[in-house]
Write a protein that binds this ligand. Structure first.
Ligand SMILES: Cc1cc2nc3c(=O)[nH]c(=O)nc-3n(C[C@H](O)[C@H](O)[C@H](O)COP(=O)(O)OP(=O)(O)OC[C@H]3O[C@@H](n4cnc5c(N)ncnc54)[C@H](O)[C@@H]3O)c2cc1C
Length: 413
């Protein structure tokens, strides 16, 4: 029997392969790159710094992550809930999370990020989001997040000081134009879970999924050039026959292979710069730092080595600096302006921070296509991946697993 061929070993392709493997169905997973993971990759420097390719976290409350991954085996380390916020006037305030630290409720209520009435509305929002299931929120509302927040009468102050810096970083879009259903889903998952980093970097997640598969079922460096319902062709010309084909690549590539496929060409982009800092400039508080100052290039900063000490050699810290959205700066100008803003924020210690690497990720998060509630079945081919649903690890895992279930059931999605 010809195997099921899965193209792409990102989170979606790996989740699909895991489900087929558990069901005893022969499959071949083809990955064009030299390693698995897709957008979830980690690099290591020769002197011991561990850098994810762009700042990202796994939420412990993601339903599909709980279902698919062995979270404990990832030895996850959690960011502290809450954040340090750099206010529009340049001062900083610590926003503590009253749900994980009830003794800090007083400090959360008095934090100058919004009025008392705003805090009450946040509590109401928490109550509302946890009462519905993730799937109910993920059915789109058709209303953007900013519009939704305004409709709940949040003040411009709390939108500017909390929602834009925090969720602008999650969506990689500070206009908060993302559908409010997705916002409510994520808000819910942040309330119910913690933001985690696996020990040793985010790539440990796809590696865990790949390690469960038989070695002969994964081919790395196998770039596919075209797909049909009966098989795929590799760039070298080799034709591989398949019982079913699953396309688990990004939407733009899927649309090249499958004419008319509904993919968005609009991507959210981000730049992530890493620095090596002597000592412990983050002070070990494990908070994410958010910039609420308007017109800034640096949007958030964190110290991953305060969360996962294996990210930096002894005596050093890893600093991760992110900027979301488009900019027109060349690599040197980006670094120079980032340094200048960090100097203003963290003071002269920044002069001793050594730049390690800059990741410019033009295709970080696909814009969701209205009506796509993946996975999809298109011209006899199964398609999964975050672009078929909503931009998140949870969606990639869930669409991959559901695609495999459709294959096993012998039909389309
Ligand atoms: C900087 C950044 C930050 C993020 N932050 C978060 C976060 O905090 N939380 C969260 O939940 N999500 C986050 N995400 C999103 C998350 O990483 C993605 O939703 C998820 O990894 C998508 O997985 P995928 O399998 O759908 O696609 P991909 O990861 O894009 O995988 C597609 C795979 O197909 C392969 N491929 C492509 N073309 C071919 C070909 N011709 N032949 C063979 N193989 C091919 C690629 O090499 C790749 O391995 C972030 C993403 C980025 C980039």
């Amino acid at each position: 029997m010809a195997p099921v061929i899965i193209v792409g070993a990102g989170m979606a392709g790996l989740a699909c392969a895991n489900t087929l493997h558990r069901a005893g169905r022969p499959f071949l997973l083809l990955e064009g790159d030299s390693q698995v993971g897709g957008r979830v990759r980690t690099d290591r420097t020769s002197d011991g710094f561990v850098m994810d390719r762009g700042f990202q976290v796994l939420l412990s409350s993601y339903p599909e992550a709980r279902r698919t991954l062995d979270l404990a085996a990832l030895k996850p380390r959690a960011f502290r809930s809450g954040a340090v916020i750099r206010m529009p006037d340049g001062s900083t305030t610590v926003l503590r999370d009253p749900w994980t630290e009830p003794w800090a409720a007083g400090s959360a209520i008095t934090a100058p990020i919004g009025s008392w009435s705003d805090k009450w509305k946040v509590a109401r929002l928490v109550w509302d989001v946890v009462r519905k299931s993730p799937d109910e929120w993920l059915a789109r509302s058709g209303v953007g997040t900013l519009e939704f927040l305004r409709s709940r009468n949040f003040s411009p102050q709390i939108i500017e000081r909390f929602f834009v810096p925090f969720f602008g970083g999650v969506f990689l879009d500070r206009t908060l134009s993302v559908d409010s259903g997705f916002f409510c889903f994520l808000f819910r998952q942040f309330v119910l879970g913690r933001a985690l980093l696996p020990t040793g970097g985010m790539q440990r997640i796809p590696e865990q999924l790949a390690a469960r598969l038989p070695a002969h079922s994964l081919r790395l460096g196998a770039r596919v050039s075209s797909v049909e319902s009966g098989g795929v062709r590799l760039e070298g010309g080799e034709w591989l026959r398949a019982a079913s084909v699953v396309v688990a690549v990004d939407g733009v590539r899927a649309a090249e292979w499958l004419p008319g496929f509904p993919a968005s060409t609009d991507w959210k982009r981000t730049a992530c710069l890493y620095f090596a800092a002597p000592g412990r400039p983050g002070g070990g508080d494990r908070y994410l730092r958010l910039n609420a100052q308007p017109g800034r290039l640096v949007h958030n900063v964190c110290f991953p080595s305060d969360v996962d000490p294996t990210c930096a050699p002894a005596g050093w810290s890893l600093v991760s600096v992110s900027s979301h959205g488009a900019h027109s700066l060349g690599a040197e100008a980006l670094l120079e302006r980032t340094r200048a803003e960090l100097l203003e924020w963290f003071g002269p210690q920044v002069d001793a921070w050594r730049h390690l690497k800059t990741y410019e990720i033009a295709r970080a998060l696909p814009t969701a296509v209205p009506g796509n509630a993946g996975p999809l079945f298109w011209q006899g081919v199964h398609v999964c991946g975050d672009h078929t649903a909503y931009p998140s690890l949870n969606a990639a895992l869930a669409t991959g697993r559901r695609c495999a279930e459709a294959v096993l059931a012998g039909g389309g999605v």
